[in-house]
Write a protein that binds this ligand. Structure first.
Ligand SMILES: *[C@@H]1O[C@H](CO)[C@@H](O)[C@H](O)[C@H]1NC(C)=O
Ligand SMILES: *[C@@H]1O[C@H](CO)[C@@H](O)[C@H](O)[C@H]1NC(C)=O
Length: 437
């Protein structure tokens, strides 16, 4: 990348019409956790009954809130924003004096326990919408008449006009009813796409000379894509003759893959054997075997490069995995090298089970020699400035930056691990030495 981060390039979002329909409704503290101590005189018993009745009301109210959320088309809020554990309930010492005074504490506690998103404290909760989406609204439509939408996924691709034909074929494979499409234009040639039939339903974002991870970090915040089941953050030079997106989603859902990729056809440029299409077997593979030479992989291998990761050219994230992965993407490390080997931490469980490669739906990675396509690593930078003249000097600069980013990322990771006393590593063993740096 030359010219630093391109902060002097204006970036524009062409059509983002967003409609948010979420509200975060964290649960009030559960009153049933209150502990009681002491001997209970009859008056106290009556008080206790009152407390439980009040508790029941609060619980019902809480359930109603949840069911309202669930009635809305997406259940993410309830699923993904687990209510904070109630703060240690202040012990209620029940004795005669307490029983005589009305329990003034209860309603106060309820409000104190509400956890409100920063910035929303000044607003009544019901008006706050913390999340959004990229769905279009019709300007003339009646906003009172909401049609329930089906669950969708999001396809986001960095594109340059030179790849128009292959991108057209790729996007056309993704049914409009099930996928929202977002194009990240890194060459500024936005208008050149307008003749394609799906162009008007795509969200176009343009920023000169930026990479997939730069765009993803800035425009795919988890709260903005919370409505989408799966996030396809794909490179552009991908052929999809052997790929059906709906069948793919069916498979990853059934197999419980939180992070996945379609297998690479054997005619592809293959940098890592794990991601190559398995010749036999089922719909999915999660590891590969290498019993000779360096970097061996056995059935007992627990991490990258043997299992538990995918390459960064065609990753697919579940909503929950993306919520984690987005946070790991570094603002300044635009090629994201090294990120792939750490993605397993976002797998919502055992990475050797929840990360996998789908063989029955596969793609061909054309491997157009573009800038930054230097083999392996993150792969994410390969689309950077693909439209520019690929001089040897540019190529060298990108390669150098990618490797430097890898070192910086690994250093930051190590330091973060050392500094965070509250974090325990679920994968404490040093990863099997990779074949490359
Ligand atoms: C795709 O969209 C159609 C039409 O809305 C819907 O019936 C179908 O269930 C969707 N498929 C998936 C896998 O979401
Ligand atoms: C894993 O399996 C290989 C071959 O079966 C064996 O040589 C190796 O010691 C095993 N490693 C561990 C950590 O169990």
């Amino acid at each position: 990348m030359k010219g630093g981060r391109g902060s002097d390039h204006g970036s524009k979002i062409n059509e983002i019409k967003s409609k948010s329909r979420f509200r975060k409704g964290p649960a009030p503290g559960d009153p049933s956790q209150k502990r009681f101590s002491g001997v209970l005189p009859p008056a106290a018993l009556i008080f206790l009954v009152l407390v439980f009745v009040a508790g029941a009301i609060v619980t019902v109210d809480h359930k109603e809130n949840l069911s309202i959320l669930q009635l809305q088309p997406r259940r993410v809020t309830a699923d993904e924003e687990p209510s904070r554990p109630a703060p240690p309930a202040s012990d209620v010492h029940v004795d005669a004096t307490v029983a005589e005074t009305p329990p003034a504490e209860e309603p106060v506690d309820m409000c104190e326990n509400q956890c409100r998103a920063p910035g929303s404290e000044a607003l009544p909760r019901g008006i706050v919408q913390d999340m959004s989406n990229f769905e279009f609204e019709s300007l003339g439509g009646n906003p009172e008449r909401r049609v329930a939408r089906t669950m969708k996924s999001l396809l986001a691709i960095p594109v340059g006009i030179k790849q128009k034909a292959v991108v057209d074929k790729l996007v056309s494979k993704f049914p409009a009813a099930n996928f929202t499409v977002m194009l990240f234009h890194y060459d500024g040639a936005v208008d050149g796409w307008s003749d394609l039939p799906w162009s008007r339903r795509a969200v176009h974002v343009a920023a000169a000379d930026q990479t997939k991870w730069w765009f993803g970090k800035r425009f795919l915040h988890p709260d903005l894509v919370a409505e989408y089941d799966y996030i396809f953050l794909w490179d552009e030079d991908i052929e999809v003759d052997g790929f059906d997106p709906l069948r793919y989603i069916e498979i990853v859902r059934k197999e419980g893959l939180e992070i996945s990729q379609p297998a690479l056809d054997h005619r592809s440029q293959i940098h890592h054997r794990l991601t190559a299409r398995a010749r036999r077997g089922g719909a999915v593979h999660r590891r590969f075997y290498k019993t000779a030479g360096g970097g061996r992989c056995y059935g007992n291998s627990t991490g990258p490069p043997c299992t538990g990761w995918v390459e960064m050219m065609v990753p697919v994230f579940s909503r929950a995995a993306w919520r984690c992965a987005w946070r790991m993407i570094q603002n300044d490390l635009v090629f994201a090298w090294g990120l792939d080997f750490k993605l397993g931490y976002c797998a919502q469980g055992d990475r050797s089970m929840n990360v996998g490669i789908v063989d029955s739906e596969y793609v061909l990675h054309r491997g157009i020699p573009t800038l930054g396509d230097v083999g392996g690593g993150g792969g994410g930078g390969k689309t950077a400035r693909a439209s520019s003249a690929s001089t040897a000097a540019d190529r060298y600069a990108v390669r150098l930056r990618s490797y430097t980013e890898l070192q910086i990322f690994n250093r930051r990771w190590k330091q973060a691990v050392a500094e965070d006393e509250c974090w325990t590593d679920p994968y404490p063993q040093p990863p099997t030495p990779a074949s490359k740096g």
